[in-house]
Ligand binder design. Structure first.
Ligand SMILES: Cc1cc2nc3c(=O)[nH]c(=O)nc-3n(C[C@H](O)[C@H](O)[C@H](O)COP(=O)(O)OP(=O)(O)OC[C@H]3O[C@@H](n4cnc5c(N)ncnc54)[C@H](O)[C@@H]3O)c2cc1C
Length: 278
């Protein structure tokens, strides 16, 4: 299928992008890896595409104080190859190779993935597991939203209609940080049936501040808080038994199968969290 007709404008500045979003049925175009598919399938038919690919100041990865800041237009492939990400944001480094295929990672952006908020996507769960935050710019200026407040529902976020997501920030990993990541997909690169992104802090031989963020099991990335508490007490079996998830059946698997797989992933990720930092 072909998309419905639309107008196209290339924004030359962030202010211009925000202003163009004020036009009727305007939509931002970043890497286009999700948006163009929805246009082609006529699941969405905006009047105007506002291309932000020229806003090069939204592209980049840097350490700013105690946070790693990743510009919204940073491509997945850039993050995958980044030494800064490998060293200071190891959870994101582990997740990147699971996102689609190389052609998708060459074009798709981190900002696009967070803004699109697919419940089976890896990066929203990583952001939640790391207690990260999102920076946005709109007509009234900049705003910072914590990941826990950002993902509101199925493909629904706290982004206001005229806001552009400009960057995400996650804490710089220190020597006590432990991270774990695993997902089950039918083929490598497919959206996950179930996935788990996790972080914790080492406390002697145990863990504290355990954060388990599942994806593919609800309308948003979901924390399994009872399992977090059980895992912090060092009991993996108890953590699996305490898994407080309530997935629905979907095209990939039944709710029962997803819940079982969530337990399998928890055992894998718990081992990673309890290992020395890579
Ligand atoms: C075959 C295939 C397999 C894939 N597999 C995976 C996978 O396994 N895991 C995964 O996570 N993703 C997967 N993706 C999606 C991919 O990661 C996309 O790149 C990502 O979801 C969207 O990023 P984008 O830059 O392409 O955004 P676009 O497609 O350009 O935009 C997506 C949506 O976000 C909005 N948007 C984009 N940027 C911003 C911004 N800065 N501020 C506000 N709104 C914005 C757009 O208006 C649009 O509504 C797959 C895609 C394909 C085609």
């Amino acid at each position: 299928m072909k998309p419905a007709p639309f107008a196209y404008k290339k924004a030359r500045s962030l202010d211009e992008a925000v202003a163009l979003l004020g036009e009727k049925d305007a939509r931002l175009l970043a890497g286009g890896q999700s948006l163009i598919a929805t246009l082609n399938m006529r699941l969405s038919a905006p009047n105007l595409l506002v291309d932000i690919n020229g806003l090069t100041n939204l592209n980049g990865i840097s350490v700013k104080g105690s946070a790693v800041e990743i510009g919204a237009l940073t491509r997945h492939a850039q993050a995958e190859r980044s030494d800064v990400i490998a060293k200071h944001a190891p959870l994101i480094a582990r997740a990147m190779p699971h996102i689609g295929h190389p052609a998708i990672r060459n074009r798709g952006t981190l900002g696009g993935s967070i803004a699109f908020a697919d419940p089976a996507a890896e990066l929203p769960a990583c952001l939640l597991a790391l207690d990260g935050e999102v920076e946005t710019t709109g007509p009234t200026g900049k705003r910072t939203v914590k990941a826990r407040d950002f993902f509101k529902g199925l493909f629904e976020t706290a982004l206001a209609p005229l806001e552009v997501l400009t960057a995400i920030r996650v804490p710089v990993a220190n020597k006590d940080m432990r991270v774990g990541f695993a997902e089950l997909a039918r083929r490598h690169g497919d959206y996950a049936i179930v996935g788990l992104a996790a972080s914790a802090r080492a406390d002697g031989k145990g863990l504290i501040d355990v954060r388990l963020a599942y994806f593919g099991v609800g309308n948003t990335p979901v924390r399994a808080k009872k399992a977090e508490t059980a895992l912090a007490s060092g009991n993996i079996d108890a953590a699996v038994a305490a898994l407080d998830l309530d997935p629905n059946d979907d095209v990939q698997a039944t709710a029962k199968a997803k819940k079982h797989l969530a337990g399998v992933l928890l055992r894998r990720v718990a081992k990673q969290l309890l290992e020395a930092r890579p």
